[in-house]
Ligand binder design. Structure first.
Ligand code: FAD
Length: 351
């Protein structure tokens, strides 16, 4: 029975970031990924997606992405970069390998997959959030006879010509999908609060810098007087165009569904053919259920390290696994610290 030093579960940007820092250690490791190619969940996003991070904030540790044609890269450019990144560093990846459960046997992790059983002394879970699309509960949702789609399953607006579409969610996904669908269909947009748009003259670089400064508790240069958050909607060209067409208006949530659509707060009913839920994701921790350490869909961590299972690290899931760890820009820092801690377990030195 072969026992690895480390197994990384998930071969998206978080998994390969950990591999980048691991590759110079004298440790025996493998990435297990359930897809048939590199690219992580970017492979499952809609066709016209534009990243909200400019090129220099869309690069992983050690190797810059080449400049995009426009300020914000397309998903295809980023997937190509991820594929090239994996090739450049020749990471050991096992594809089409889905981890089903993780248990402990005499202090070693037993990792059961759809292919084989793997054993490892330490484990990094980097399975992202795309496996757990989140849809909020609304009264009478089951009565609605139209279609419902999560943004994860939206590809393009080809089938939506002349349809009536309700888009729910006030982030970049909601804004970009609304921008596209509203070109061919009649749309309404629902957000919990008024959507926060980043001003046109403040680009994505400012957003990431300001978020970092805030996190470090350093004063943010407020000469522009603009308050920013990584949750702001970035004005990529398609969203600017939607604003020019006067479709970027959001309503507060409806109170209930009915058979043909939704009932607004003033009790007016409105018919819809389709609801697109751009309402985000939760951490995909299904494979770790068997360890019995998940509470409220989270695992208690000290930075990325599990408190209850100190030989388990969680990378890339969101702020609970390190500042901006669910962004391309942020994941490198958490990956580096994770590998530092793994190296200490094996006493093999670190950066
Ligand atoms: P993933 O990309 O989901 O990778 C996880 C990998 O693990 C996948 O290959 C998955 O198939 C695999 N996996 C899952 N479960 C298992 C299992 N049990 N066994 C084996 N393999 C498994 N961030 C930015 O910085 N800039 C942006 O512009 C930006 N735009 C975004 C737009 C959208 C629509 C979304 C949803 C997110 C965006 N993000 C952006 C956030 C973030 O960068 C991405 O979500 C990113 O894909 C997360 O990478 P990850 O490696 O953590 O997870």
């Amino acid at each position: 029975m072969k026992i690895y030093d480390t197994l990384i579960i998930g071969g998206g940007q978080a998994g390969v970031s950990v591999a980048y820092f691991l590759r110079r250690r004298k440790l025996d490791y493998v990435i297990l990924d359930d897809q048939d190619q590199a690219g992580g969940s970017w492979l499952q996003t809609w066709d016209s997606l534009r990243l909200f991070s400019p090129t220099q904030f869309s690069s992983l540790s050690g190797w810059m992405m080449s400049k995009s044609q426009e300020e914000y890269p397309t998903k295809t450019e980023f997937i190509r970069y991820l594929q090239a990144y994996e090739k450049r560093y020749n990471f050991p990846v096992r594809r089409n390998t889905k981890v089903i459960s993780v248990t402990k046997e005499r202090g070693i992790f037993k990792v059961e997959t759809n292919q084989a059983i793997w054993y490892s002394k330490t484990l990094v879970s980097a399975t992202g959030t795309a496996g757990q699309p989140f849809v909020p509960n609304y009264p009478n949702q089951e009565l609605f006879q139209g279609n419902q789609l999560h943004s994860l399953d939206y590809r393009n607006a080809d089938e939506l010509i002349h349809k009536k579409v309700l888009i729910v969610g006030g982030g970049n996904s909601g804004a970009q999908i609304l921008a596209e669908v509203s070109k061919v269909a009649q749309t309404e947009w629902v957000t919990l609060d008024a959507p926060q748009f980043l001003p046109d003259d403040i680009d994505g670089r400012y957003l990431f810098n300001a978020a970092t400064q805030k996190f470090l508790d350093k004063p943010v240069n407020t000469s522009s007087g603009v308050k920013t958050s990584l949750r702001n909607i970035v004005m990529v060209n398609s969203v600017k165009d939607a604003r020019d067409r006067n479709v970027l208006h959001a309503k507060r949530p409806f109170i209930s569904f009915y058979e043909k659509g939704v009932i607004w707060r003033d009790n007016i009913q409105e018919e819809f053919d389709l609801v697109i839920w751009c309402t985000g994701f939760k951490a995909n921790l299904e494979h770790l259920q068997s360890l019995g350490i998940i509470k409220n869909n989270r695992i208690e961590t000290n930075y990325t390290r599990s408190v209850q299972e100190p030989n388990l690290w969680l990378v890339g899931y969101g702020s609970w696994t390190g500042f901006a760890s669910a962004t391309i820009y942020g994941v490198g820092k958490t990956a580096r610290q994770t590998v530092k801690e793994i190296s200490e377990v094996f006493n093999v030195g670190s950066d």
